[in-house]
Design a binder for this molecule. Structure first.
Ligand code: GLN
Length: 501
C-alpha cells in the first residue's frame, strides 16, 4: 500500500474523495509519523485526537454522500501563533505557556470547515521574531536536512520553522505559516518546500497572535505549488472581524493554475544582486530566468532603487508595532503571572501592579522579544519618533512605489528568496544583525504588502535546498502561483531529506 505520509494535499484530498483510502488511515499514518519525529522538535503540542476526529467526520460525510470540502481528509500542522479553541496557544513564549483560548482563529476555523484536521501546534520563533527557530521558549527546531556527510543540526529557517521542518520531513503534508518579513518564504527556501504569503489582507489576522499588524499575513506551506493554491483558497476570504481584511472574492487559484507564461513579462530587479549572496544562489537565479523564458515569458530588467533601505526600515517598523502589540502581556489577561522576588528592591514581594508587570514580563519574554520591545519603544519615543519611525514609514512608501513602477514593466518579479542556504543551528547567534540580513530579499515585498512565494529550485554543493522567490502585483496570487508552477515543472525538485530522526 502507498505510504500515505508521502502524499501531498491534492493527492490526499483526491484519494479520500475517490475512496482509495480513508481519511482515518491518513490521519493514523501521519499521527504515527509525528510521534516518531520528536527529535525534530517541530511540534509544541501534538493533537492526534483532533486529526482523528476531523478524519472520521470526513469519512462519515463521504459515506452519506455529502460534498467534501477543499481540504477534506487532510491533516495539517498549525503554527502555534493561531489561536485554537481548547488547545494551548503559546507563540512559543513562556508568557503564554498554559494559555488555552476559548475561541478559534478565523484561518484555522476556515481550514477545519474545509475538512482539514490538526496534527498539532507547530514550534516557531518566539512571537514569530527570528529567522532560524532558535528563539522559541520550547527549544530549537531542527531541519530534517543536513549537509552531505555531516550530522550537524541545521536551521529550518524562521519564524515558521516548525512548519517547514514538519512539511519537509513528511510528518505533515502541509502547514500554516505566517509571514511578517519573510517567515513563510525563508523557511520554505531552507527546507525545499513551497510557501506563499498572499497580498496583505487576504487572510484574516483575527485570532493570530499579533507581531507587527501592518505586515503580518498568514499563508500555506506545502510541497507543491498546487497544494499551496488549494490550501490558500481554504484560508483566504473577507472577515468582518479583521479591519484590514480585503473585501474581495477568493479566486479559484487551483482551477486557474497554468504554467504557460506566454505574453507574461518577468522582471529581474538589478538591486537584488547584492554582495554576500552565495554564488550558487546567483546561479540558481540565472537558471530560474531560463526556466521562465522556456515557459514563454519575456525577461526584462527592472529597478527597485530603495531595496537597500527596506531592511533597516523593516527593523524599525516591525519592532515599533511589536512593542505596542506586546504591551497586552501584563500578567493579568493571559498566561504567566510572576511576582517580584521578596526583597528585590522597590516593590517587595507582590507589593504593586508595576512590580507584577515588570516581573512577569522579565520572566515571560525571551531575549529577542525584549530586544524588539526595547528598539520599538525607543523608535516610538517622543524624542526619536521623527528621526526613526517617521523616516522608516517614508522609506516604506518609497519601497512600495518602486514596486508599482516595476510592475508597469513586468507582471511578476523573480529573485532569490534568501542570500544563503540554511546554516547550522547556533552559528548565527553572536550577532543579531547578521541574522537580520537573511531577510534582505524577503522584506521588501512585506513592506509593500505584495503576494510573494518561494519555490524550491535546486540543491547546492553541500546537499542543501535553495529557493527562488516570485513577487506579484497586489491581488495577483495567480500570477505568482503560475510562475511558481512553471519553475516547479522545470526544476523537477525531487530531493528529500534522509531520515535521521
Ligand atoms: N525574520 C524576520 C523577523 O525576525 C521575519 C519574521 C517574520 O516574518 N515573522 O522579524
Amino acid at each position: 500500500m502507498t505510504d500515505l505520509t508521502q502524499l501531498g494535499v491534492k493527492d490526499i484530498r483526491d484519494g479520500v474523495r475517490d475512496g482509495t483510502f480513508t481519511a482515518r488511515e491518513v490521519a493514523e499514518s501521519l499521527n504515527a509519523a509525528v510521534a516518531d519525529a520528536a527529535a525534530l522538535n517541530a511540534f509544541i503540542v501534538t493533537t492526534p485526537d483532533h486529526a482523528l476526529a476531523a478524519a472520521d467526520a470526513v469519512d462519515a460525510a463521504r459515506a452519506s454522500g455529502e460534498t467534501l470540502g477543499a481540504m477534506a481528509g487532510v491533516p495539517i500542522g498549525m503554527k502555534d501563533l493561531f489561536a485554537t479553541n481548547g488547545v494551548q496557544t503559546t507563540a512559543a513564549s513562556h508568557i503564554l505557556e498554559g494559555f488555552t483560548p476559548r475561541y478559534e482563529s478565523t484561518v484555522s476555523q476556515k481550514l477545519w470547515d474545509a475538512g482539514a484536521g490538526m496534527l498539532g501546534k507547530l514550534n516557531l520563533d518566539q512571537f514569530a521574531m527570528g529567522s532560524s527557530n532558535e528563539t522559541s521558549y520550547f527549544g530549537n527546531v531542527a531541519s530534517p536536512w543536513r549537509k552531505d556527510g555531516s550530522n550537524q543540526p541545521m536551521s529550518p529557517g524562521g519564524s515558521s520553522g516548525g512548519s517547514s521542518s514538519a512539511v519537509a520531513a513528511r510528518i505533515a503534508p502541509a502547514a500554516t505559516g505566517t509571514d511578517t518579513g519573510g517567515s513563510i518564504r525563508q523557511p520554505a527556501a531552507f527546507t525545499g518546500i513551497c510557501g506563499i504569503k498572499p497580498t496583505y489582507g487576504r487572510c484574516s489576522r483575527w485570532g493570530v497572535v499579533a507581531f507587527a499588524s501592518s505586515l503580518d499575513q498568514a499563508g500555506p506551506m506545502a510541497r507543491s505549488v498546487e497544494d499551496c493554491a488549494i490550501m490558500l483558497g481554504a484560508m483566504a476570504g473577507f472577515d468582518p472581524k479583521d479591519s484590514t481584511s480585503l473585501q474581495m472574492d477568493v479566486p479559484d487559484w487551483e482551477g486557474a493554475l497554468s504554467a504557460d507564461l506566454r505574453g507574461k513579462r518577468v522582471g529581474i530587479p538589478r538591486e537584488y544582486r547584492m554582495e554576500g549572496t552565495d554564488q550558487a544562489i546567483l546561479d540558481s537565479w540565472e537558471q530560474g530566468k531560463a526556466w521562465l523564458k522556456d515557459a514563454g515569458a519575456e525577461i526584462v530588467d527592472v529597478s527597485l532603487p530603495h531595496t537597500k533601505y527596506a531592511l533597516p526600515a523593516y527593523y524599525i517598523i516591525a519592532p515599533a508595532e511589536a512593542s505596542s502589540n506586546l504591551a497586552r502581556y501584563d500578567g493579568v489577561r493571559y498566561g504567566l503571572r510572576d511576582l517580584p522576588e521578596p526583597g528585590s528592591g522597590a516593590g517587595a514581594s507582590g507589593s504593586g501592579l508595576q512590580d507584577m508587570y515588570a516581573a512577569t514580563r522579565a520572566a515571560g519574554f525571551g531575549d529577542e522579544v525584549k530586544r524588539r520591545i526595547l528598539i520599538g519603544t525607543y523608535v516610538l519615543s517622543a524624542g526619536f519618533y521623527d528621526a526613526y519611525y517617521t523616516q522608516a514609514q517614508k522609506v516604506r512608501a518609497l519601497v512600495a512605489r518602486d514596486f508599482e513602477r516595476a510592475f508597469e514593466q513586468c507582471d511578476v518579479i523573480l529573485a532569490p528568496t534568501t542570500p544563503t542556504a540554511s546554516f547550522p543551528l547556533g552559528s548565527m547567534n553572536a550577532d543579531p544583525l547578521t541574522m537580520y540580513l537573511n531577510d534582505v530579499f524577503a522584506v521588501p515585498a512585506s513592506l509593500a504588502g505584495l503576494p510573494a512565494m518561494s519555490v524550491p529550485a535546486t540543491i547546492n554543493a553541500d546537499g542543501l535546498p535553495l529557493g527562488l522567490q516570485l513577487v506579484g502585483r497586489p491581488f495577483d496570487e495567480q500570477g505568482v502561483l503560475n510562475a511558481g508552477l512553471a519553475i516547479q515543472q522545470r526544476a523537477g525538485f525531487a530531493a528529500k531529506p534522509e531520515k535521521w530522526w
